[in-house]
Design a binder for this molecule. Structure first.
Ligand code: ADP
Ligand code: F6P
Length: 324
């Protein structure tokens, strides 16, 4: 099995995340270490459809471990979602001798992996998204850096919020997941953090909570909302109307996706990239690399896509108890 793979393609897909470059670097260097060629596929699955690949050697991944973004660029490729697009991509792999793919992205990208596998191209997925919403993995590349960016921004925001006795409603990323929001909320001392996983009643959970906190002497408030639950501007308007406290909305936006990756992200990405290539070389195809506790493990891709991630209820409770 081990000598069947002679050339591995690596691509990044979906939203970028800090640390993707470190994962690319690990994939390329582990492949070369094992005598396997590596190529970079440009702009996600687009590169397979348009034949846009670049040869990778040890030096082509120099000087990227500390850089945000992805040197291979990324994209959301609609054509790849069609069977025709998938056949085109698989034909390209066969015609250029790409024996297997490592795909760094979120669960949409892993669905793409599954489709490539169905077309006969072995794949391994590496979780890369700031949302930390990959069910099979405790951790996704980019999450730590994004949280630290959000914390840095909100610390700055607190200064002006406090000076004006205001309420700041901060919208953080997280399409359908509140991990980024909840941890940031705890780290920044938000009075309330609204996440998609926990239903929120504005009167009970925000207005009353603010009034109770105000009665203890607090005069400024940070409220964090995950983008999946609604717009910060709408929350700020309602809060001001109901509490009489002057409120402002801040949308942190794509700044959360950039920046030099943290140590946590660089190391997770390096371990996952190494592990992904080892799996392919061992003939363990169509797997998703994951972090469980201190370990790097892997799951069958179909199984990984059916798993659910449950928000830690204790973390939700902690955020509520110590926010007052
Ligand atoms: P993420 O991987 O971050 O979840 P997306 O959901 O946008 O991001 O998916 C990234 C890309 O993966 C899509 O643009 C598409 O090329 C591919 N993809 C997503 N869903 C599927 C699917 N069901 N089948 C095939 N490819 C898919
Ligand atoms: O999945 C990562 C993410 O940053 C989400 O948090 C966010 O909802 C989405 O991507 C934004 O996507 P886009 O870059 O297309 O605006």
């Amino acid at each position: 099995m081990a000598n069947e793979i002679k050339k591995i393609g690596v691509l990044t897909s979906g939203g970028d995340a800090p640390g993707m470059n470190a994962a690319i670097r690990a994939v390329v260097r582990t492949a070369i270490y094992n005598g396997v060629q590596a190529v970079g596929v440009m702009r996600g699955y687009n590169g397979l459809i348009n034949g846009d690949v670049i040869p990778m050697d040890l030096r082509s991944v120099s000087g990227i471990i500390h850089r945000g973004g992805t040197m291979l660029y990324t994209a959301r490729c609609q054509e790849f979602k069609t069977l025709e697009g998938q056949k085109k991509a698989a034909d390209f792999c066969r015609s250029t001798g790409i024996d297997a793919l490592v795909v760094i992205g979120g669960d949409g990208s892993f669905r793409g992996c599954k489709d490539m596998a169905a077309q006969g191209i072995p794949c391994v997925g590496i979780p890369g998204t700031i949302d930390n919403d990959i069910a099979c993995s405790d951790y996704t590349i980019g999450y730590d850096t994004a949280m630290n960016t959000a914390v840095e921004m909100i610390d700055k925001l607190r200064d002006t919020t406090q000076s004006h006795d205001r309420c700041s409603v901060v919208e953080v990323m997280g399409r359908n997941a509140g991990y980024l929001a909840l941890n940031t909320g705890i780290a920044c001392g938000a009075v309330v953090t609204v996440i998609p996983e926990v239903p929120c009643d504005i009167d009970r959970d925000i207005v009353t909570a603010m009034q109770e906190t105000r009665s203890t002497g607090k005069k400024h408030f940070i409220i964090i909302v995950a983008e999946g639950v609604g717009r910060a501007h709408d929350f700020a308007e309602i809060i001001e109307k109901k509490t009489g406290i002057e409120s402002r909305a801040t949308v942190l936006g794509h700044v959360q996706r950039g920046g030099s990756p943290s140590l946590r992200d660089r190391v997770a990405a390096s371990r996952m990239g190494y592990h992904a290539v080892q799996l392919l070389l061992a003939g363990q195809y169509n797997r998703v690399v994951a972090e469980k506790g201190q370990d790097i493990v892997n799951y069958d891709i179909t199984e990984a896509l059916t798993m659910n991630k449950v928000m830690d209820p204790e973390l939700v409770k902690i955020a509520q108890v110590i926010s007052i």
